[in-house]
Design a binder for this molecule. Structure first.
Ligand SMILES: Cc1cc2nc3c(=O)[nH]c(=O)nc-3n(C[C@H](O)[C@H](O)[C@H](O)COP(=O)(O)O)c2cc1C
Length: 216
């Protein structure tokens, strides 16, 4: 696929067909993920791939518990910009619930783990902010999703399982003192179509040379 088209049509997919996903395709996506940049080339991520039903069910149990709790905090916006915005919000709400209810049936679930390592250099002037460690993990996550898209596979970057992250890690035999969950990615062939998701135009959020100077 053309690279720009692949990126433009990589969006959250939460409804999947039953078509199996090959281990070889997952390995290709993981290799692409590993090529992502990281601060000082620290590469703090590890991947936990779930293809077996009982293992996926264990992950899905914690995802659902986390999503139920999170969803209860969500308010329906009082008003929407237009009818299209309202429908888009409702579609995302319904698709998110669907994913939470069916995660165990998604062909593959990839958990991206972030090592808990010291990440704040200090000198005589004190600690230095060099950016957060998770900034070194999400490029890999996005590489994974874009590579998957190029193979016709849908993904969604999700993080809500972090609500019960330690519990999920304990259930999956991951030492929670050494790792945290950066992302959980369902992977499968999409039930619908890939498309270009609505976003603010780049021109609306880009300043050229002087703050506030935007181009149409
Ligand atoms: C940091 C992050 C966390 C997210 N967590 C979740 C999640 O827990 N569950 C979920 O269904 N979607 C999650 N999403 C997906 C977003 O809802 C989605 O990217 C956004 O609505 C845009 O979707 P679109 O690309 O289809 O337009 C997350 C996305 C990001 C970047």
């Amino acid at each position: 696929m053309d690279t720009i088209e692949t990126i433009m049509t990589t969006r959250a997919i939460r409804r999947f067909t039953d078509q199996p996903v090959t281990d070889a395709d997952i390995a290709t996506c993981l290799q692409a993920a590993q090529q992502a940049p990281s601060g000082g080339n620290v590469q703090p991520q590890q991947y936990y791939v779930f293809t077996e039903s009982d293992r996926k069910a264990e992950v899905a149990r914690w995802y659902l518990a986390a999503f139920d709790r999170y969803e209860a905090t969500l308010d329906v916006p009082r008003e929407f910009r237009d009818e299209r915005a309202r429908r888009s919000w409702e579609r995302t709400r319904d698709a998110s619930r669907h994913l939470a209810d069916t995660l165990q049936d998604v062909p593959v679930i990839v958990m991206v783990l972030q090592a808990k390592i010291p990440w704040q250099p200090r000198d005589e002037q004190g600690p230095m902010d060099i950016g957060r460690l998770d900034a070194s993990v999400y490029p890999a996550v996005q590489n994974f999703c874009v590579a998957a898209r190029s193979l016709g596979l849908g993904t969604a970057l999700t993080t809500v399982i972090r609500v019960y992250g330690d519990e999920a890690l304990a259930a999956l035999d991951v030492p929670a003192d050494k790792f945290e969950i950066a992302a959980l990615i369902p992977v499968g062939y999409p039930a619908g179509n890939f498309g270009v998701a609505p976003r603010k135009p780049a021109s609306a959020v880009t300043h050229w040379n002087r703050w506030g100077d935007k181009r149409r």
